[in-house]
Design a protein. Structure first.
Length: 154
């Protein structure tokens, strides 16, 4: 195993060991783990581009992985990285991310190396889609989508 693979595996263990972080993004957040996950899984816009906005979700995929000899079921987010100049605010993200207009959307925006969100934007998808909250290079945006019917039952 190469040094790069070993380093990536070391960074990913906390993410895999506590997959609930992505079931409910308001749980304790690990910035380095989230960025490593996007870099591992998401298509990068350009490998030479250092200034990116990292996006997790809203799509999720149930995965079963073998971690330390045990089967572990994870609810993994779809990962993307966008050039910061292309996605200056959440409005720009929705040019590339599909959400159902009849659903409620929540965005948690984390600035680089922060464990607490800098902003929480939530509401009906058409309203959230218009957000002009300024994004910075290195921000992580966690998107969750809930149908209005399921959020009304809570």
């Amino acid at each position: 195993m190469g040094l790069r693979s070993l380093l990536l595996a070391t960074l990913m263990i906390p993410i895999f060991a506590s997959a609930q972080i992505f079931n409910d993004p308001t749980n304790p957040f690990n910035y380095a783990g989230a960025v490593a996950l996007v870099k591992e899984r998401g298509p990068a816009p350009d490998p030479r581009l250092n200034e990116c906005i990292y996006v997790l979700g809203p799509e999720r995929l149930a995965e079963t992985q073998i971690i330390e000899g045990k089967e572990t079921r994870l609810n993994m987010p779809y990962c993307r990285a966008f050039p910061a100049v292309q996605v200056r605010n959440p409005q720009g993200i929705f040019d590339f991310v599909r959400v159902n207009d009849s659903n409620q959307i929540q965005l948690l925006i984390y600035h680089a190396n922060q464990s607490q969100p800098a902003a929480k934007i939530e509401g009906p998808a058409p309203e959230v889609r218009l957000s002009q909250f300024p994004l910075k290079s290195g921000d992580v945006v966690v998107i969750t989508e809930n149908s209005r019917q399921s959020s009304a039952k809570k």
